[in-house]
Ligand binder design. Structure first.
Ligand code: C2E
Ligand code: CA
Ligand code: CA
Length: 661
């Protein structure tokens, strides 16, 4: 969409540029043509007037010459008849001259012409009486020599003077025509120069537009290339650039015979940060991780983000023996807590290494191997793992495990183990926690950590939870019948908090086995609640309204606060076993457990500790006011029959548990 508008904007700009150039060319042509037309008109006018004037002046000139000839002839002619004709011609020439002069005077005249004409008029007027007298003398045959004398000395010079002025007029016309032609030539020259100038300007504008547009296009192309190659959030290389780099590195490695490695890294519990603290914090964390990764590796190594919380580092010339060094460098840089406002968030990650060319020989293969290794590292909870071919089976078998799990839920391969929960004050069993096991036909007993994530992935949590609830409540009914007034704790998964039918199906099961809702405890981790803020709260509220007990499991390992818990319909807190272990080892752990217990009590919540393995732990918890405890010290999780026997032995009324005595 954005690309389209960019293209559109570009098109509009190019179009506008051409319109500007076109308009410039049109204006230029119009101006020039107008200029040329004006010059032409001027030249035409001048040429026409000058032609007319030249003709008139020439007429005047020849009339004057004819009259002069007549004046010469008159005294000589003896025949009165011939004289008569000559006088008539003399008169006619005078009229022709006058008519021509009059017409000349009516033409548009310039000052110079006016001056010459005035001069001619003055000379004519001066010569008039003399000429007339001479003509009359000639007609009446006065002395011929006298007349010729006067003609030569007086009349002719005057006639000459007039003729000279008329010649000047003719000359003037010629000069003016020459000047007009020159002027027109100059005009054409100017127009040509103007055309050239404006043409050059239009060309320049066109070139500028072309330059501007091509620069924009180049910039956009560059931007698109960057967008296509880099992750916008962190600025790191993205998947496609990484693949390019991997191919490049493979080529280099083939030529130089140097090995290299690929690290795939996945942050642990990133989803929890995102869900609990918001996407802004999540994004900031992802950026910071990117920065730290870049600092941890060399400049020649490529750090990329594949999306989500998955990063890949391409390590130049990496030998198998260097793997632990690089891994620890990366893990160390992530070990420093990440600070956000006043909180500090611990981040940890799992790394998977694969090596070229010893393990995989193409880009996709390297990433796949690194992925398998990363998965192994995550499973084992040990920061990093180097790919080994036999790891494949674990991963591949996940696929078959998923379909087998579907089968297992229906065909009784699952079973429940129950772990007793003991009250500190009475030292008696008050409840049990149901923990699921999978008795796999070929793999033997599988712990829930090995298949609960698979069930979540495969969308099998709903049927699994239903099976556990049904089995546990049925067992509880049996225990109740045997006289053990216990509660039953069942673990829920985050996915269960998206199932709006859950409260209704629990109600049905409670009714079916005749169990009071208060005897069922549902254990939910903080992060499960945080991951489903809307539906989760609605489901919990409904369960609470039904009278079911809600406990927060693994308390303290997530990012929620007691203040947040106050808003949830929670009845119990289970302190995570890691704090119980810590408590024995250092004072800090004891402080955390103490404050958790105090705050929980202030909020009216019951506190259960899990993972109590030693007598010392039990004692400390007791001193700190913990309500109940659960752990290997008292009892390991056990199958139903064993639990029944165990209860028979240890939970007789009035008999304290031996280990706690
Ligand atoms: P959890 O709810 O925290 O369960 C307690 C785990 O700690 C159990 O592991 C239990 O065997 C173990 N444990 C008990 N006492 C001690 C002790 O003194 N020391 C030590 N080191 N461990 C102790 P388990 O059975 O492997 O369960 C692991 C997790 O699997 C559970 O953690 C729970 O989150 C999940 N899970 C178990 N059953 C179910 C189930 O039916 N549904 C769901 N959704 N999750 C389940
Ligand atoms: Ca639990
Ligand atoms: Ca726990």
């Amino acid at each position: 969409m954005k690309k389209n508008t960019q293209h559109l904007g570009m098109g509009v700009r190019i179009g506008a540029g051409f319109v500007v150039v076109l308009a410039l060319m049109v204006a230029l042509s119009a101006i020039s043509l107008n200029y040329v037309a004006e010059a032409n008109q001027r030249l035409r006018d001048i040429a026409h007037n000058n032609n007319v004037k030249t003709e008139l002046a020439t007429t005047m000139h020849s009339a004057l010459r004819e009259r002069a000839l007549s004046m010469h002839a008159l005294p000589i002619l003896a025949d009165p008849f011939e004289k008569e004709i000559e006088v008539q011609r003399f008169g006619e020439q005078g009229i022709i001259y006058l008519q021509a002069r009059n017409r000349f005077e009516r033409m548009p005249l310039n000052p110079q012409e006016k001056e010459i004409l005035a001069h001619i008029l003055k000379l004519t007027r001066e010569a008039q009486s003399e000429t007339r007298a001479l003509v009359e003398a000639a007609i009446f045959s006065t002395s011929q020599t006298k007349i010729l004398d006067r003609l030569r000395s007086v009349a002719m010079p005057k006639q000459h003077a007039i003729a000279e002025q008329v010649s000047a007029l003719i000359d003037l016309q010629r000069q003016q025509t020459t000047a007009a032609v020159l002027d027109a030539k100059n005009s054409y020259e100017r127009v040509r120069n103007l055309m050239l100038g404006l043409g050059a300007a239009a060309l320049l504008v066109g070139m500028m537009i072309a330059w501007f547009v091509s620069r924009q296009v180049a910039q956009q192309a560059k931007q698109l290339a960057v967008q296509a190659m880099y992750d916008p959030l962190t600025g790191l290389a993205n998947r496609s650039l990484l693949h390019d780099q991997l191919d490049h590195e493979i080529e280099l490695s083939k030529r130089a015979h140097t090995p290299f490695g690929v690290v795939l890294m996945d942050l642990d519990r990133f989803k929890e940060v995102n869900d609990t603290l918001g996407h802004n914090v999540g994004d900031e964390l992802l950026r910071e991780v990117g920065r730290r990764l870049q600092e941890a590796v060399r400049a020649v190594d490529t750090v990329a983000r594949l999306g989500g919380d998955e990063y890949v580092v391409l390590i130049h010339s990496l030998k198998p023996t260097d793997v632990p060094i690089v891994a620890n460098k990366i893990l160390d840089t992530l070990d420093k807590p990440f600070h956000w406002k006043n909180r500090s968030i611990d981040i940890s990650a799992s790394l998977g290494f694969s090596l070229y060319p010893s393990q995989c020989t193409d880009a996709s293969g390297l990433l796949r191997c690194a992925d398998i290794a990363m998965y192994v590292a995550k499973r084992a909870g040990k920061g990093y793992a180097l790919y080994a071919p036999d790891q494949e089976h674990t991963n591949l078998s996940d696929l078959s495990l998923k379909s087998e799990l579907r089968e297992a839920i229906q065909s009784d391969q699952l079973s429940l183990h129950y772990q007793p929960q003991i009250n500190h004050r009475s030292r008696r069993v008050v409840g049990v926690e149901a923990l699921v096991r999978w008795n796999h036909p070929s793999r033997g007993f599988l712990a829930p950590d090995q298949f609960i994530p698979l069930a979540e992935d495969a969308g099998l949590i709903g049927p699994l939870t239903h099976w556990v609830l049904k089995t546990a409540l049925k067992q509880l009914a049996t225990l109740h019948r045997q006289g053990h007034d216990l509660t039953m704790a069942v673990n829920l998964s985050a996915r269960d908090l998206q199932d709006m039918e859950l409260p209704a199906s629990i109600l049905t099961l409670l009714a079916a086995y005749g169990i009071a809702p208060g005897k069922l405890t549902l254990e939910i981790t903080e992060s499960a609640v945080m991951a489903n803020p809307g539906d989760g709260l609605a489901i919990l509220t409904e369960l609470d309204r039904m009278g079911v007990v809600i406990a927060i499991d693994d308390f303290g390992t997530g990012y929620s606060s007691l203040a947040y818990l106050k808003r949830l319909p929670v009845d119990e807190l289970k302190i995570d076993k890691s704090f119980v272990t810590d408590m024995e080892e250092n004072d800090n752990g004891a402080v955390i457990v103490r404050s958790t217990i105090d705050l929980a009590h202030n909020l009216g919540l019951k506190v259960i500790a899990e993972g109590v393995e030693t007598r010392a732990a039990w004692d400390i918890l007791e001193i700190l006011g913990c309500d109940c405890s659960q752990g290997y010290l008292m009892a390991r999780p056990m199958p139903a029959e064993k639990l029944e026997a165990w209860l028979q032995e240890t939970a007789q009324p009035g008999i304290e548990m031996a280990v706690l005595a």
